[in-house]
Design a protein around this ligand. Structure first.
Ligand code: TYD
Ligand code: MG
Length: 452
């Protein structure tokens, strides 16, 4: 029997070292090295030289063999860049409980292919069939395999010859080539490498599900990023129903696309018109509410921001923001105070983006400022008014990208007025449609137009 060999791995980037190091030389993180057993029993490790392919001239390679397969979900196809590519290895990452298994089981049940293999190392087959029943989906070609050992998985795969493989999750799989326990860095790397080799050789797309903790510290998704063809991140707030699927890396498409889902009693529903869902239905006009036209991925989306400004009950005013960067809100408050002469330094300010989504598009700035001003003055902003502009440190209103799309989306949803930067207005082709466009340069100008 071979001697037990151990090595040290960085839990941040996966770098390997024969001895412990305080600081990873690859990624620079401190105190991330942990010891793991890496005994090799056979030669079939993650080594190179497995693919016995000769060099080919690029124009001799038939690109039609790379035709995309639809996953049966419009939103997932969009994020993948138009469907699945044969031989692609896709990692679906996300916090536990966010809905990764639900999403992939739905894909498995909806795809129009003959055989799909869903490997589950976390749930039993009865649990999965209960879940499928709850999703109200049927597919006789969906096979469930509850195994975690890769050698037995691959022998089943050889027998079944599925068209798609889903492995839930990579942290539960083990390879007998490596001695350390499931979920350790060397196991995750080895199992992913085995699937990578398999998908490239067979041309069968493989989805790997990976957990990621809040601070991303758990071994797994992070260190797999360079091994896989695409990394999809499934995110959202547990307390809200919306889930966003984002491509963090994609070798076969753009990373700026995203898919939006809604978690329901009976599974995930695709949200094809996000704006309508993110705008709350207002019964009456209330102060402190504004709508901004932002770009999420490639799509324009209208979101609602709510602000509450009140006199501070205690010495230090409180500031809190949900779904919006607190530092950016503080900066906007400082701009209001210093450049525009509004006295809000001694007030509590609370800000909330509805729907539980996080926005980082700077085009939200003007909407946020107007929500704060509206609450401060206690004058509502009209229901049919929306905003799309960035605010600079001098209080100037700055242009944002793709203004045409934003204006069009606002118009489509029945908004009657939109505030944009003067510099954006110059570049707009369609100036007099069904929506009135206010070109503005300064906050006081917006204030006069809104509150008189
Ligand atoms: P799950 O897919 O198990 O998460 P993950 O695989 O990412 O850990 O989803 C878990 C959550 O989804 C759970 O808290 C309940 C919720 N859920 C629904 O709301 N409706 C449903 O139909 C299903 C299947 C799950
Ligand atoms: Mg799961």
């Amino acid at each position: 029997m071979a001697k037990t060999r151990t090595a040290f791995f960085c839990s941040n980037c996966g770098a390997q070292s024969p001895k412990w190091m305080g600081r990873c030389t690859a990624c620079g993180e401190w105190n991330t090295f942990i010891e793991e057993v890496v005994q090799r029993e056979s030669k079939t490790g993650s080594g190179a030289g497995q693919l016995s392919s000769r060099p080919k001239q690029i124009d001799q390679i038939d690109p039609s063999s790379g035709q995309r397969i639809s996953s049966g979900s419009i939103e997932l196809d969009r994020v993948l860049g138009g469907g699945m590519v044969p031989g692609a290895l896709v990692l679906v990452g996300g916090e536990p409980g966010i809905g990764k298994s639900t999403l992939m089981l739905q894909v498995a049940m909806q795809m129009k292919v003959d055989r799909i293999l869903y490997i589950s190392g976390e749930e039993s087959d009865t649990q999965l069939s209960m879940r499928a029943k709850r999703l109200n989906l049927k597919h006789s070609g969906c096979y469930i395999l509850t195994a975690t050992d890769t050698s037995s998985i691959f022998s089943h795969v050889e027998e079944l010859k599925p068209d798609i493989i889903i492995a839930d999750s990579i942290q539960t799989l083990t390879s007998s080539n490596i001695d350390s326990s499931a979920g350790s860095i060397s196991q995750i790397k080895e199992c992913a490498a085995e699937f990578q080799r398999y998908s490239k050789e067979s041309g069968i797309p493989v989805f790997l599900i990976g957990h990621i903790t809040k601070d991303g510290s758990l071994a797994g998704p992070k260190l797999l990023e360079h091994m896989v063809d695409a990394v999809l991140q499934f995110e959202g707030d547990h307390n809200h129903v919306y889930r966003i699927l984002r491509a963090v890396k994609n070798r076969f498409g753009s990373t700026s696309e995203l898919g939006i889902f809604e978690m329901r009693e009976n599974g995930l529903r695709e949200v094809s018109n996000p704006s309508e869902m993110l705008l709350s239905q207002r019964e009456e006009e209330v102060s402190g509410v504004t709508v901004s036209a932002i770009i999420e991925g490639m799509r324009p989306v209208l979101i609602e921001t709510q602000a509450l400004v009140s006199s501070a009950a205690y010495g230090t005013p409180q500031r809190s923001a949900t779904g919006f960067d607190l530092r950016r809100m503080n900066m906007l408050l400082a701009v209001l105070e210093k450049r525009c002469g509004f006295r809000i330094a001694a007030k509590d300010v609370f800000l909330n983006v509805t729907g539980g989504i996080k926005v980082d598009d700077p085009a939200t700035d003007l909407g946020v400022i107007c929500a704060i001003l509206s609450s401060n003055e206690d004058i509502p902003v009209g229901e049919k008014v929306c905003f799309a502009a960035e605010v600079g440190l001098t209080g100037e209103i700055r242009p944002v990208t793709r203004i045409g799309q934003r204006v069009l989306e606002a118009e489509k949803l029945g908004f009657e007025e939109i505030f944009v930067s003067k510099y954006n207005y110059k570049g707009l082709d369609k100036k007099d449609g069904g929506i009135r466009i206010h070109p503005v340069t300064r906050i006081d100008q917006v204030f006069r137009l809104l509150f008189g």
